[in-house]
Ligand binder design. Structure first.
Ligand code: GDP
Ligand code: MG
Length: 170
């Protein structure tokens, strides 16, 4: 077989928080200041080696439907990893994390899905959400937590979750 694990991973959160940028950083190690909004569901496949295991990743990005909060159950179905993203310079995007969490509860068919809360854009100075707030929310809701910047930091964020998942399912 070409891989030891197949892993469906999706990313959710308010429009503009940097979801597509995080995936672009992860997949191609690039950053685009004028990241165009996605048309249609964007889907990428990537092979990756984590702790000696070959992972095949199916990465699902939203197509701007999140602006209208109309992601459907097919988007969530069977996901093993869910990245819940906010922009630490937009307080409202942190407050809406609860909405996205409710969507996961409603639609995700996989009870064992790993959730990771991601505070993005930590390269910017005007932060409206502290690291502690993010950490506390994640801890209270059994999520992993990481701060990142799609602009200045590298692939650590998703690798971190995958490493954990691989250990869980090994
Ligand atoms: P999405 O709507 O959640 O997919 O967000 P995008 O990936 O389209 O990003 C929205 C805007 O934020 C774009 O102009 C990106 O270039 C910018 N952006 C994304 N991530 C970062 C980051 O970590 N730091 C900074 N400074 N800008 C970012
Ligand atoms: Mg996008």
């Amino acid at each position: 077989s070409t891989h030891d694990h197949l892993f469906k991973l999706l990313i959710i959160g308010d429009s503009g928080v940097g979801k597509s940028s995080i995936l672009l950083r992860f997949c191609d190690d690039e950053f685009n200041e004028k990241q165009a909004s996605t048309i249609g569901v964007d889907f990428k496949t990537k092979f990756l080696q984590v702790r000696g295991k070959k992972l095949k990743l199916a990465l699902w990005d939203t197509a701007g439907q999140e602006r209208f909060r109309t992601l459907t159950s097919s988007y969530y179905r069977g996901a093993q990893g869910i990245i819940l993203c906010y922009d630490c310079t937009q307080r409202s995007s942190f407050e809406h994390v609860k909405f996205w969490q409710d969507e996961v509860r409603k639609y995700s068919t996989n009870q064992d899905a790993i959730l990771m809360l991601v505070s993005n854009k930590v390269d910017l100075a005007d932060q409206q959400v502290t690291r502690t707030e993010g950490e506390e929310f994640a801890f209270a809701n059994s999520m992993m937590f990481i701060e990142t910047s799609a602009k200045t930091r590298h692939k650590k964020n998703i690798r971190f979750m995958l490493a954990r998942r691989t250990l869980v399912s090994a």
